[in-house]
Design a protein around this ligand. Structure first.
Ligand code: C2E
Ligand code: CA
Ligand code: CA
Ligand code: CA
Length: 277
């Protein structure tokens, strides 16, 4: 009786109940937010070794009517658990395709590409390949300007299916990046088998690259590996010229981080191309 009493008490723990309520409120809010167009796509510049703009990464934001701007870390996990990641991902993809089409009309921006984050659940959904091709086609966007960013979590699932889906999209020109490289489950043999174009060095390695010899060794190793596998590398989270010099010295050719620009509305990308008026 005593144990049951404790269990009952735990079940009605007000803190826990509050957490459950907060979660379901957030879920209902997010569902509504999607319907009410409260989700926005921000773009962060990706530059080459001469700081020339190569493209941008699409990063979702939620402009919540009461809570203000919310970053993806606070709602992507919930979206993944509830399946809302499917309409959300679709929305980001469609926004990116429309943007690519707009950029294609001006010589200054026609060469830019957009990288879109795709969660494992979204990638595995039946019809994902057809959906991407449909969005590209209906917006008149060039598939060669779209890059899909996948994470190593995808490697936990059916690898043959993953390769087949990637190959179908690749044959239409769509590119692939392996995001957050080094933080997950990647096995080097998979790295060789996946039809990737790019790997992104996670910002956790870049942050201390000058201070921590282990991080420096990891970054150098990733760059050497990518070179021998003929993969392009983009370093994330580049905030200082010191980090940039280290990365350049070891052969990195793509950079993303606050040093070059924060994620912002698409107009910021135009400002990047045409500084100060
Ligand atoms: P990510 O794909 O690794 O994106 C890079 C994150 O690093 C972004 O955070 C970006 O704002 C941040 N960042 C960029 N440069 C710097 C820097 O110099 N210093 C620091 N400290 N941070 C920097 P954000 O926008 O909060 O996105 C967080 C994560 O949410 C993303 O990590 C991605 O995993 C996920 N995410 C964002 N948009 C989407 C989306 O449309 N779909 C999916 N499935 N996930 C998304
Ligand atoms: Ca990413
Ligand atoms: Ca990343
Ligand atoms: Ca990350």
């Amino acid at each position: 009786a005593k144990a049951a009493g404790r269990n009952t008490q735990r079940f009605f723990d007000p803190d826990m109940q509050a957490a459950v309520n907060a979660r379901s409120n957030l879920e209902a809010d997010l569902r509504q937010g999607l319907a009410r167009a409260e989700l926005l796509v921000y773009y962060q510049p990706v530059v080459d070794h001469q700081a020339r703009l190569m493209g941008a990464e699409a990063l979702v934001r939620w402009r919540h009517p009461q809570r203000g701007m919310i970053g993806p870390a606070d709602f992507i996990p919930l979206a993944e658990q509830t399946g809302l990641i499917l309409p959300l991902g679709q929305y980001v993809l469609q926004t990116a395709c429309a943007q690519l089409q707009r950029w294609s009309r001006h010589p200054d921006t026609a060469g830019l590409s957009i990288s879109v984050n795709v969660s494992a659940r979204q990638f595995r959904q039946p019809g994902f390949v057809a959906q991407v091709l449909h969005q590209l086609k209906s917006h008149g966007a060039d598939p060669r300007r779209l890059k899909l960013e996948l994470t190593e979590s995808l490697l936990l699932g059916d690898i043959e299916d993953t390769i087949a889906r990637m190959a179908q999209l690749k044959s239409e020109g769509v590119g692939f990046a392996l995001d957050d490289f080094g933080t997950g489950y990647s096995s080097l043999s998979y790295l060789k088998r996946l039809p990737l174009d790019q790997i992104k060095i996670d910002q956790s390695f870049v942050r201390e690259v000058l201070a921590d010899p282990n991080d420096a060794a990891i970054v150098r190793t990733i760059l050497a590996l990518a070179k021998s596998l003929d993969l392009q590398v983009v370093a994330e989270g580049v905030e200082t010229t010191g980090q940039l010099s280290f990365l350049q010295l070891h052969g990195c050719e793509g950079f993303q981080g606050y040093l070059f620009g924060r994620p912002g509305p698409v107009a910021d990308i135009d400002a990047f191309l045409h500084p100060a008026g």
